[in-house]
Design a protein. Sequence first.
Lengths: 269, 156
Amino acid sequence: MTVEVEALNSTAYIGHHLTNRTISLGEGSFWTLHLDTFLTSVALGVVGFGLLWWVVRGATAGVPTRRQAFVEILFDFVDSQVKGIFHGNRAFVGPLAMTVFIWVFLMNAMDFIPVDLAGLMTEHVMQQEHWKPVPTSDVNTTFALALSIWGLMIFYNIKVKGWGGWVHELFCTPFGSHFLLWPLNFLFNLVEYISKPLSHALRLYGNIYAGEIIFMLLWMWAATGLVGSVFGGVLALGWSIFHILIVALQAYIFMMLTVVYMAMAHEGH
Amino acid sequence: MNLNVTLIAQAITFFVFIFFCAKFVWPPLVQAIEDRQKMIAGGLAAAEEGKKSLEVSARQSELSIATARNRAQEIVVQAESRVAQMIEEAKVAAKQEGEREKAAAKAEIEQELARAKESLRSQVASLVITGAEQILRREVDAKAHADILNSLQQQL
C-alpha cells in the first residue's frame, strides 16, 4: 500500500486495494477462497447477531431497556415491511428479512472505514498484504445472498404450489393457458428467473463497489499535496455522508426484494 | 467477476445466520412484544373496568348521601317538634304545679286564719268572761247569765 501511494500510480493503488486475500482450497481457480470477504462477513455477522441475541436473551415484556427498545424498533421496522408485502406466517420470512437487512447493512457499512486506515490495520496488525474490508463489494457475497434467496424462492414455489402448480405457472402465466402461448410464457418466466438473482446481486455489488472506487479516487487525490488533502478530505466527508444513505438504502432494497420474491413464491403471479 | 468457492462459503454462512436469527433472535423478541401487547391490553381493560366501577360507586355514594341528608332533616324536624312539645308540656306542668301550690298555700292560710280566729275568739270570750266576771263578780250570776254570755261568745 505504502509503495503505491508513494508511486502515486492510480491503477496500482486501486488495483492493490481491490485485490482479495485468497487461499486455495484445491485445484483450479474455482477452489480459491476470498479469505478477507469470508472472515470479515462472518465476523460482522457474529458481532451483529451476537449483539441481537445478547439483547433478546434478556428481553422483558415489561418496561424495555434502551437497547431492547432499539432492537424492538429494528424488529418493528423489518416486521412492518414484511407484513405489508408478505401475507402469511412470518416465522421464517421475518427472520430471513431481518438477517438480510442487518448483515448487508453491516457489510456495506465497512465502506465507512477509510481504505488506508483499514489497510494500516490489516497490514500491520493482521500482517496481511491484501485485505478487502467490504464483503459486499465482492460479487461472491452478493451472488451468494441472491442465489440463496433464489433457491428459497424456488423451494417455496414448489412447497406452496406443488410441482404441478409451479410448472403450470411457468407455462401458463402471465399471458394465458392456451397451448400456443406456452413457449412465450416459459421464455418470459425463464428471463424473469434469470434476471431476478442477477439484478438482485449486481445492484448491491455495483453500488458498493462504485462507492468504494470513488472513495479510493478521493483518497488518492488527498495524497497529492496540501490542496489535494483539503479538497479530497472535504469531498470524502461529503461522499461519506451521502454514502450513509446508499449503505442503508441498498440494505433496505435488498431486504425488500427478498421479501417480494418470497411473497411471489407464496402467492403466485 | 471471479466467482469461486467464496460464493458457497458465503451462502452457507448466510443460512447459518438465517437459522440463528430464526431460532434465537426472532421468536423471543416476538414473544416479548406480544406479551407486552397483552399486558397493555389487559391494563387498559382493567382501567376501563375501574372507571366504570368508580362511576357506579360515585352514584351509590351520592344516593346514600342524599338518603342520609333526608334522614338528618327528618330527625331535626322530629327533634324540633319534640322540643316544642316538651316545652309546652313543661309549661303546662309548671302552671298546674303553681296552681296546686297556690291552692295549698291558700288552704293553709285559710286554715291558719280559721284556727287563729278560733283561738282569738275563745281567748277574747274568755277575756270578756273573765273581765265581766271580775266586773260583775258579785252582781252577775254566772249561771243565770250563761245563755247571754254564750250568745255573746257566738257573736264575736
